[in-house]
Design a protein around this ligand. Structure first.
Ligand code: ADP
Length: 394
C-alpha cells in the first residue's frame, strides 16, 4: 500500500511517500521557509536529489509544486494520482474530539476548523493541506493523525489549570499538548535504545514550534505546550511562557486590541521578536558576527530549555535520557551545548566532540561518565503517521 504522508506545518510542508508495511520510503520532499522569496524546495527519490531556491508564497503553491514532482514523467514516483491509496495528514489540534487516528469527512474537517481557534498557526495550514490533497488525490482515503492524542494519559494535576473547576469540567479548558507524534516516535526509539524495563525520559522537540515532554515508561506525564501550542519554550515566532499580566497591560494601558495581542504573541514574538528572524540558522550566523540581540536570544532560548529539564527531572524523581529532536534539536550543536551546560548536578554531561558530529542516525552525545544519556534522535513523524494510517485502514 502506498501511503503519502503530509505534514503541512506553519512554515514548511514535508511529505514522504511510503510503501507500507515495508516502511520503505519511495520518495520524499519538502518546502521550507514558505512565505519567503528564497524558499527551499527539496525532492529526493533514489539518486535524484533536487534542491531549488524559489519564491513560494503560500502552502497551496508549495503543495502543488511538490505534487507535480510526484507525478513528473522522469523524476516522479507515481504514474498517476490514483496510485496513492491513502494520504495521512498530521493535524495539530484534535481537542478532546479525537483521541485516535481518524478517517476524514466533512464533520472531521469542521472539527479541525473549530480547533483552529486554539491552534491558529497550525490547524489552518493542516486543513489547507487536507483540502488540496482531496483535490490532487481524489481516490485516496484521507486520514488525520492528531498531535494531541499522546497526552490523553497525562495525570490531571498536569493537565488542569488553577482556575475555577467549571472551566475544566464544562468548558474543556486544559492542557491538550502538541508534537505528540514526534515525542511518541523518538521516545519509543530511546526506550528501545536504553533497553531498560523502566525509563524516565525528557524529549525536547525544537523546530519552529518547540516543546518538551516528560515521559515515564513510554507514557507522557507532563508537557510544556498547553491549551494551545503557545506555552513553554521560546519558539520561532511564539513567546512561550509569559506572565498573563503582560496581556492585560498591553490591552488596558498600551491600547492593543485582543487580535493585535494574539498576532504579537503568536507571530511576532519568540526568536523573531528578539532578533528579527525566526530561522535559527540566520540567528546563529549573526550571533557569530557579534550581534548582541542574537547572542542574547540564543542564551534565553537555551536557558528556558534548561529550566524545563530541571522541572521535569524533579517531577519524575530521576532522569535516564534527554532526547533532542526536530530541526534545531537535531542540527544545532550550539543550542544543545548551552542547554546541557552546567547540568552535572543532574548527572547530565555532554561530550563536546560527539555533540559536533552530524549524522542522520540516532546518536549518543554524552560523556562516558554521564549518568544521563543525551540522545539526538531524528524525528520521523511521517513514518509514525504512515504506521497509524495503515493500522486504521487494516
Ligand atoms: P517545523 O517542522 O516546526 O516547521 P523544523 O523541525 O523543520 O520546523 O525546524 C525548523 C528550525 O530548525 C528552524 O529554526 C531552522 O533554522 C532550524 N534548523 C534547521 N537546520 C539547522 C541547522 N543546520 N542549524 C541550526 N538550525 C537549523
Amino acid at each position: 500500500m502506498k501511503i503519502l504522508v503530509l505534514n503541512s506545518g506553519s512554515s514548511s510542508i514535508k511529505f514522504k511517500l511510503l510503501q507500507m508495511p515495508l516502511e520503505k520510503i519511495i520518495c520524499s520532499g519538502m518546502v521550507e521557509r514558505i512565505g519567503y522569496e528564497d524558499a527551499i524546495l527539496r525532492f529526493k527519490k533514489d539518486d535524484i536529489n533536487v534542491q531549488e531556491t524559489v519564491p513560494i508564497k503560500t502552502h497551496r503553491e508549495g503543495l502543488s509544486i511538490l505534487a507535480n514532482y510526484l507525478t513528473h514523467p522522469q523524476k516522479g514516483a507515481i504514474k498517476n494520482p490514483q496510485d496513492i491509496h491513502a494520504v495521512g495528514h498530521r493535524v495539530v489540534h484534535g481537542g478532546d474530539s479525537f483521541a485516535e487516528t481518524t478517517l476524514i469527512n466533512g464533520d472531521v474537517k469542521n472539527e479541525i476548523n473549530y480547533y483552529s481557534a486554539l491552534a491558529p498557526l497550525h490547524n489552518p495550514p493542516n486543513l489547507e493541506g487536507i483540502e488540496i490533497a482531496e483535490k490532487l488525490f481524489p481516490t485516496a482515503k484521507q486520514v488525520a493523525v492528531f498531535d494531541t492524542a499522546f497526552y490523553q494519559t497525562m495525570p490531571i494535576k498536569a493537565r488542569k489549570y488553577a482556575i475555577p473547576n467549571t472551566f475544566y469540567t464544562e468548558d474543556n479548558i486544559k492542557v491538550y499538548g502538541f508534537h505528540g507524534t514526534s515525542h511518541k516516535y523518538v521516545s519509543e526509539k530511546a526506550i528501545k535504545y536504553l533497553g531498560k524495563e523502566t525509563s524516565k525520559i525528557i524529549s525536547i522537540h525544537l523546530g519552529n514550534g518547540c516543546s518538551m515532554t516528560a515521559i515515564v515508561n513510554g507514557t507522557s506525564v507532563d508537557h510544556s505546550l498547553g491549551f494551545a501550542p503557545s506555552n513553554g519554550l521560546i519558539m520561532g515566532s511564539r513567546s512561550g511562557d509569559i506572565d498573563h499580566s503582560v496581556i492585560f497591560y498591553l490591552a488596558e494601558s498600551l491600547g492593543y486590541s485582543l487580535n493585535e495581542i494574539k498576532q504579537l504573541l503568536n507571530k511576532k514574538s519568540g526568536m523573531l521578536g528578539l532578533t528579527g528572524s525566526s530561522d535559527l540558522r540566520d540567528i546563529q550566523a549573526k550571533a557569530e558576527e557579534g550581534d548582541k540581540n542574537c547572542q542574547l536570544a540564543i542564551d534565553m532560548n537555551a536557558y528556558r530549555i534548561k529550566k524545563y529539564i530541571g522541572g521535569y527531572a524533579a517531577a519524575m524523581n530521576g532522569l535516564d535520557a534527554l532526547i533532542f529532536t526536530a530541526g534545531i534539536g537535531e542540527n544545532s550543536s550550539l543550542i544543545r551545548r548551552l542547554a546541557c551546560l552546567d547540568m552535572d548536578y543532574l548527572g547530565i554531561q555532554l561530550d563536546l566532540v560527539k555533540n559536533e558530529k552530524q549524522t542522520n542516525e540516532l546518536r549518543e552525545i554524552n560523556t562516558d561518565s554521564s549518568q544521563v544519556k543525551i540522545l539526538v534522535i531524528p524525528t520521523n513523524e511521517e513514518l509514525e503517521i504512515a504506521k497509524q494510517v495503515l493500522e486504521l485502514l487494516s
